[in-house]
Design a protein around this ligand. Sequence first.
Ligand SMILES: *Cc1c(COP(=O)(O)O)cnc(C)c1O
Length: 510
Amino acid sequence: MPRQNEFPLLMELGAPGRRAYLLPQLDVPARPIDELIPSPYLRSEPAPLPELSELEVVRHYTGLSRRNHGVDVGFYPLGSCTMKYNPKVNEDLAFLPGFASLHPYQPEETVQGALQLMYELEQYLCEIAGLQRATLTPAAGAHGELTGLMLIKAYQEDRGEGHRDEIIIPDSAHGTNPASAAMCGYKVVEVKSNDRGGVCVDALREVVGPQTAGLMLTNPNTLGLFEEDILTISELVHDAGGLLYYDGANANAIMGKCRPGDMGFDVVHFNLHKTFSTPHGGGGPGSGPIVVRESLIPFLPVPVVERREEAAQAGASLEEIPSQFFLDFDRPKSIGKVKGFYGNFLVLVRAYAYIRSMGPEGLRLASEDAVLSANYLMRGLSPFFDLPYDRTCKHEFVISARQQKAEGVTAQDIAKRLLDYGVHAPTVYFPLIVEEALMIEPTETESKAALDAFLEVMFRIAEEAKESPQGLTTAPHHTVVGRLDETQAARHPVVRWQQGTEEGTPNDHR
Ligand SMILES: *Cc1c(COP(=O)(O)O)cnc(C)c1O
């Protein structure tokens, strides 16, 4: 198959005078443009924009969409990212005008449905986490982490323990964990993993103490392994006066099965855009709600959605609360605002739709299927790839391309070759503690046939690594672009077309 890069840019299409629209006849007197817009703001020359027919516009954007891989196109086993299929009914609901056309400055009594949705979503997340209250405002997982750590800080300061300046984080942690802790002003103390891929409890004993503000943990961790010593770990940290932070970005193995609150965690963030089925990727809007234990409620960011009856029970006067649901800004110990308004509201609508349509049984089944799929792939791959931790995995697992490296083929080459077969690459070189790591997360939404097709492709690639490694080291061969200079693409992205330059052409970063 040839590369499909002979693709004209929008700017190169069309012809002067071509149009994709028809405007109605003018029914008011025409006025010259410089009477309407002051001349300093007018261009001397018309902007060099393409003039196109509707069909050209449609073909352009359809063509662009086909250059991209998405879960609606094919298998997307990007570990730690939970690229599950997002049911389209969630989109329908998020597009209802009563949600999509709301304005954040509308009076409370006109947005009761939206507030009720937020109130109920908070309750569902509390139930799933096994904790008491939540804030829906953080815009992403990392933002949730920062918010959660700010809550821990506020809590420690409030009880006169503000000198605690260390957060303990295992060496298998997601990179955002130490970054968030550092951003919150904490010293990051790393704790080693043991040979079963869990936290080494002896190593933890050595670093936990009166300087510990808390511990951040993902369970199952980024290796997809359940932390077997979690109760000992939480006791150790609590006894030393620290709190436990749960990175629940990928809750796909635990929904309805076990609860972070029961494991001893005090603060949890969820990624609605992963576990709770909201489209993500490309930096689109996300949502990283924080769920907390009783002791942290006073510090939650403002506003908190409250219900009239409960507020009245807590001593508020009913006359002051005209509506059933209201936004409470009057929280003296709150850490304040962490985002404009109330979070990415339409992401909340999608997560609400997902949770309501799945129900408790559906969520539990999703976790079970996600874990089953991951174990099925892990076992299927183990004859031809190294398995660094040979344990039952949860929603994801990590294999190593160590054997293939001996043939001169790296995890990166395998990831690139998968693109030729229409499969998105797994997460590679993460977690850092596994050499040539490939982190695979199939999710519950793939059929057995899709999993088998992936095994077949991986088997072929393992054969290619032995027989024709050079084909792998130059892959991908069939995609629109080949190997990108990823560093340049990230540091100096060219996202704007400029007339008369090569900038913005699709092959820039090859
Ligand atoms: C994705 C992820 C995060 C960060 O979430 P963002 O929404 O990308 O900020 C944190 N921890 C883990 C384990 C993750 O997988």
